[in-house]
Structure formats: structure tokens, C-alpha cells
Design a protein around this ligand. Structure first.
Ligand code: FAD
Length: 412
């Protein structure tokens, strides 16, 4: 039996004592610039990637305002999964543009993203998922995604510790894997700082100032920063930030849990990030143990990221059924974070009608780590050049009003 041991271990990007944080606060507010070309609200991986990519475009007068510490939001609380295997063309394209950037992250950014390119293995057990995955396989063939259909025996070969006798078929893409978001964030922040970006921590943006339907700046803490462009990269809080400019965005916070086991005797090989698609249970290797995640179907949108320990036995039960080898270990720790959920599980990227200069980069619905590298490049292109290197109009904010949603089936 898995034994339960309660505790919380978040992924601290730059852990500091309360006194150090307070000193930082005094220092950052006192020295904050009062004008900028771009203010980015949110110091998670998306805000940091945008800041870095703006410097690559020659824009140095950029301020990132973070109300907590960098990485305190979802960026410090996720599974780090990176994959090409989506069901919508635009999500596949985002991943296809993001993946090479992650593969050469160390070279470009000078920080090791700890990318374990072990592949993603989707186990399809329910009849209702057969059709959608068959269609995904066709899409992947058309878009040159090197994912393949494999039978239950093939899936077992890839991960012998997973039960596969009930698997109808599986899909596998060797280019997928998982990385360390904290290292990626730290890399983007370091390079952006070198490029001239100012990161202001422990300071909330409380107002987006507009004149004649145009952004003119923000109120940050006790100060105002004049700026012609404001990027909303506030993750699960993006709708709240948009409200500061009287904009309605359909982005909701949705709690998701992760539990990590102690070392698992006998499980010494790497294995693909494996997903039991019917329940959304997923597992990947983590510090010698296994990281487990699963969505609670009863979860309602809310800003609650406390751990619901009553949900853990449900996850453990499913995990033991799918990965019986976990009988040999116990749960070491667990935490919860927030997805930034949109009605069609796709991000909102780009300007928002009605308020010039307000740009949204949020709503990744559980895919913001893997899509942060391309999002940074796209938003920087948009701000610096007024256009993007490929068409992202499907992700415009107005699609909800127009009824032009983009469905995504492969969400976990
Ligand atoms: C359990 C779990 C598992 C996940 N697994 C994966 C995965 O495998 N792969 C993947 O790609 N994604 C995954 N995600 C999603 C991923 O974590 C997010 O999409 C990503 O972190 C979003 O980054 P961000 O920078 O947009 O948001 P965040 O990291 O949340 O950053 C937003 C920041 O904005 C700040 N902020 C909010 N309001 C204000 C304000 N008014 N003023 C100033 N600052 C403000 C917040 O403090 C926060 O730090 C997972 C998420 C969870 C919860």
C-alpha cells in the first residue's frame, strides 16, 4: 500500500527569507522606473519569456511587475510536461515552434532546462476516445508530428510497469517529455535582466490606466508607470488584471493536484510521461520517485490552491491500478496549483478589441510551460513589428463573442 505522508514542497525559484523579501520590496519599489515601453503584469514563465524576447528585438525599456515573487504562481507548481500531441492544429503549431527552443534552450539561454525527452505515451482505454485520437493521428501525419499509433504490447514494451491489458491502443511521440520550469524561468529572467528589463517583485498592479480607449500605463504599488503597451501575463489571475482595464476575459482558475512518491524500488529506468487518458492520470519520473497528477472532475473554478488531501486516495487508487509497482513506495509530498482555464482550452494571445495597447498572453489551460517559449517570441513580434511569424488569429480574444471556439480534445 502507498502510505500517505502530508507536506508541501513547492518549487522555489529563488527562495528568500521574509526579511530578505521585505528588504527587496523596499529596494525594488524605491528604484522602480516610472516610464516604460512595455509593462508586463506577471512574473511567471510567460511574462519572463516575453520580456526576454522583447530584448532580442532591441526593446530594453521593459518592466515586469510581479505582486509576489517570481515564479510564485502556476510556474512553480506544475508538471513541466512538453508535448506535440494535441488535437487542434494551432496547439500543435504552438508546440512545434516551442519545442526547438526548448531543445536548444541551454545553448540560447545559457541555463539547463533539464529536458527529459522521454516521450509522451497516451493510453486509450475508452471507446469514446478512439475516434478523437484516430483523428489526431491523421492531423499529426499531415503536420509532420512524429507520433505513432502502437498496440497494447508496444505500450507495455515502452513502460513495462504500466498495466496495458485494457488498452485499446496508444500513441507515442518520442520528441515529447518534461522539463524543469524553474530553471527555464531563471534562465529567461537572467537573460532579460542582462538585456535591460527591470523585474519588480512584491508589487501588485492595481489599475490599468486608459485614455480614449488606449492604455497609457499602470498603477503598481504606490506608483504609476507610464507605458503605451501593457501585457497581461497574470496566468490564473489574468481575468482580474483585464478587469482593471474594463475588459472581460473568460479565464478561470481551476485547481489541479500533484503528488510525488518516494523512490520506487525496481523502477530504476526512465519511462515515458504516461497518461491514462480516460481519467487524466499521468505519471513521470521525479527525483527517483514518480510524479502523479490527475484532475478532480468535481473541482469548481476558484482561487483555492490549498491541497485537498481528501482527493489523494482517489489519485493513489487509480495510480495503483495502472502502475502496480507503486505498491512498493509511499507518497512523499503533494501540492496544488491553478490551471488558467478558457472555455476551449486554448490561450488568448494578442491585442484585445476596444482597448489599444492591452495585450493578452494567458489562458493556457494547463499548457503554459510548453508554450511559453513560442508565446514570448510571438508577443515580442507583435509589439515590435506589429505582426507574428505565423498566423495566431484563431487565438484572438474575440473568438468567444463570435462563437468561433477552437476545440481541444487532448487536455489532461
Ligand atoms: C498541477 C499543474 C500541472 C501543470 N502541468 C503542466 C505541464 O505539464 N505542462 C505545461 O506546459 N503546463 C502545465 N501547467 C500549466 C502551467 O503551470 C501554466 O500554464 C503556466 O505556469 C502559466 O505561466 P504564467 O506565467 O502565465 O502564469 P503564472 O506562473 O501563474 O504567473 C502569473 C503571475 O502573475 C502574478 N500576478 C497576478 N496578478 C497580478 C497583479 N495584479 N499584479 C502583479 N502580478 C500579478 C502572479 O503572482 C503570478 O506570479 C500545469 C499547471 C498546474 C497547476
Amino acid at each position: 500500500m502507498l502510505l500517505y505522508q502530508f507536506g508541501y514542497v513547492g518549487l522555489d525559484v529563488n527562495y528568500k527569507t521574509a526579511q530578505q523579501q521585505s528588504d527587496d520590496k523596499v529596494r525594488t519599489i524605491a528604484s522602480m522606473r516610472r516610464t516604460a515601453d512595455v509593462v508586463i503584469v506577471g512574473g511567471g514563465i510567460v511574462g519572463a519569456s516575453i520580456a526576454y524576447h522583447l530584448t532580442r528585438k532591441g526593446m530594453r525599456d521593459v518592466i515586469v511587475v510581479e505582486r509576489d515573487r517570481l515564479g510564485a504562481g502556476s510556474t512553480g507548481k506544475n508538471a513541466g510536461g512538453i508535448r506535440l500531441q494535441f488535437s487542434s492544429e494551432i496547439n500543435v503549431r504552438l508546440s512545434q515552434h516551442a519545442l526547438p527552443r526548448i531543445e536548444r534552450f541551454a545553448e540560447e539561454i545559457g541555463a539547463d532546462p533539464h529536458f527529459h525527452q522521454v516521450g509522451y505515451l497516451f493510453l486509450i482505454t475508452d471507446e469514446q476516445d478512439v475516434g478523437p485520437f484516430e483523428r489526431s493521428l491523421e492531423l499529426w501525419k499531415r503536420l509532420d508530428v512524429p507520433a505513432r499509433r502502437i498496440d497494447a504490447a508496444g505500450a507495455h514494451e515502452l513502460f513495462p510497469s504500466a498495466r496495458t491489458d485494457d488498452v485499446r491502443f496508444a500513441t507515442f511521440c518520442a520528441k515529447d517529455g518534461y522539463a524543469d520550469p524553474s530553471s527555464m524561468l531563471a534562465g529567461y529572467v537572467a537573460r532579460a535582466r542582462e538585456g535591460g528589463v527591470q523585474f519588480v517583485e512584491h508589487t501588485a498592479v492595481t489599475k490599468v490606466m486608459c485614455e480614449k480607449s488606449r492604455v497609457v500605463g499602470v498603477r503598481a504599488g504606490d506608483d504609476e508607470i507610464a507605458a503605451p503597451a501593457v501585457v497581461d501575463a497574470a496566468g490564473p489571475w489574468a481575468a482580474e488584471v483585464a478587469k482593471l482595464a474594463d475588459i472581460d476575459l473568460p479565464i478561470q482558475p481551476l485547481r489541479r493536484h500533484i503528488f510525488v512518491t518516494e523512490i520506487v524500488p525496481g523502477l530504476d529506468r526512465e519511462f515515458p510521461l504516461t497518461i491514462e487518458f480516460a481519467t487524466g492520470l499521468y505519471a513521470h519520473r521525479e527525483s527517483g520517485g514518480v510524479l502523479l497528477g490527475m484532475a478532480d472532475p468535481n473541482e469548481k473554478p476558484a482561487f483555492d490552491d490549498s491541497v485537498n488531501w481528501d482527493f489523494m486516495p482517489t489519485v493513489v487508487e487509480r495510480a495503483l491500478a495502472r502502475f502496480p509497482i507503486l505498491e512498493r513506495t509511499s507518497i512523499k509530498t503533494g501540492w496544488a496549483g491553478l490551471y488558467e482555464d478558457t472555455p476551449d482550452k486554448h490561450p488568448i494571445l494578442g491585442p484585445v478589441d476596444g482597448v489599444d495597447g492591452f495585450i493578452c498572453a494567458a489562458g493556457f489551460s494547463g499548457h503554459g510551460i510548453m508554450h511559453a517559449p513560442v508565446t514570448g517570441a510571438l508577443i515580442a513580434d507583435l509589439i515590435a513589428d506589429g505582426r507574428t511569424s505565423f498566423d495566431i488569429s484563431a487565438l484572438r480574444a474575440s473568438r468567444f463573442r463570435e462563437g468561433q471556439l477552437v476545440p481541444e480534445h487532448n487536455v489532461i
